[in-house]
Write a protein of this length. Structure first.
Length: 373
């Protein structure tokens, strides 16, 4: 790990409550300020550093004043973005409730209100709503009536769909809607599946996560007098772990910080017995790896032998965990990282039989896509 990455990692640990000023100072003296600022911007974590600045963690470091000002500007933009997105989300949710449409607000807003005390630290870019597939047309019409549009250019040119869009809508697991209002842009992602591929996909057979995604068991958060449905703690843990592993390939220190905060605050309240009874071994392994990363990054205890067995991480391959851990500072969109994600998807299943099934599926993917940019 490069010095700049080590300094960021140690700073995030300070944010999580493990303050070590001598180590921070020693690392900072060895960093290249330009590379450090660039890395903080790439990882979208300036808000965390502004929080540390306000809490005097960096008082003994000779950090330039313009760097603090930049963190302050980013934090201000985070604050404004969250307020605008939350107001827009409340308006949409009112329409869904009025039309008796089930929904669950997932990811950004849910994590912010559960884990962060200050709104400026990070921002929610999208409004992510989990709905029933059968309600998609109703919700689509609500969004269209509110001046949202489906970005067809994105789907046709970047996703490169080869079938009529109406057919694509029927097959897809998530559809994006965008509304541009003067200089503002709102993005709504409607989602009804979490694997990310069609029901015939090998990943649906390997990861049976559907039993956890239910509309009859939810938690609620209150925003400006409005109650918003979110996942219960157990499903939240599963969703963030699966999303971090399966969709990001363990990339992004911001995602890992979310997980660390969640585990730190709610581990004692999560019903792990329910998870162990319901999850299959492949899903348990993903949860186990996520928990291992959270423990290590938080400077907490290591997993016990019993936990290792329960979470199906007692038989990791040599260097397997190190490979997952090495991804944290990688960025999306690079060819080598996309290959790494395919490798991760092969390694993640606990059962050898399921790894072989994923290898077969991955070979088809490689031949078809040839990893073009």
């Amino acid at each position: 790990m490069k010095t700049e990455q080590k300094f960021i990692a140690e700073s995030i640990r300070a944010f999580l409550g493990h303050y070590n000023v001598k180590k921070l100072s020693r690392l900072f003296k060895s960093t290249d300020s330009q590379k450090l600022n660039s890395l903080i911007a790439e990882q979208n974590i300036a808000g965390y550093f502004y929080y540390l600045y306000l809490n005097k963690v960096f008082d003994s470091l000779n950090i330039p004043a313009d760097t603090f000002e930049n963190w302050k500007k980013v934090s201000g933009r985070n604050l404004i973005a969250n307020e605008l997105n939350d107001n827009e989300a409340i308006t949409i949710i009112k329409d869904l409730t009025k039309n008796e449409i089930d929904y669950i607000y997932i990811k950004g807003l849910s994590m912010r209100y559960r884990c962060y005390d200050d709104e400026y630290i990070n921002s929610s870019v999208d409004i992510d709503l989990f709905i029933r597939k059968s309600d998609y047309t109703k919700v689509k019409n609500i969004l269209l009536a509110r001046s949202y549009e489906i970005p067809l250019d994105y789907y046709i040119n970047k996703i490169a769909i080869k079938i009529p869009f109406e057919e694509f809508e029927k097959q897809e697991y998530k559809i994006c809607f965008i509304k541009k209002q003067n200089a503002l842009q709102f993005i709504v992602d409607l989602q009804w599946d979490f694997i990310g591929t069609d029901k015939a996909s090998v990943f649906h057979k390997v990861y049976r996560i559907e039993p956890f995604y239910r509309f009859d068991i939810t938690d609620k958060i209150e925003i400006e007098g409005h109650k918003i449905k979110i996942f219960p703690l157990e499903t939240e843990f599963i969703n963030m772990s699966f999303h971090y592993a399966f969709h990001h390939g363990f990339k992004g220190i911001k995602w890992l910080t979310d997980i660390c905060l969640f585990i730190k605050k709610y581990e004692s309240k999560i019903d792990f017995e329910l998870i162990f009874k319901t999850a299959d071994v492949n899903l348990k392994k993903i949860l186990g790896i996520t928990l291992m990363l959270a423990y290590e990054f938080n400077y907490q205890k290591k997993m016990s032998k019993e936990q290792n067995k329960l979470f199906c991480v007692n038989r990791l391959l040599p260097f397997e965990y190190s490979f997952y851990k090495s991804m944290v500072f990688k960025l999306d969109g690079i060819v080598s990282d996309r290959i790494a994600l395919r490798i991760i998807k092969i390694l993640l299943p606990y059962k050898i039989r399921d790894r072989l099934r994923v290898i077969k599926d991955s070979l088809k993917f490689i031949v078809k896509n040839k990893f073009k940019k």
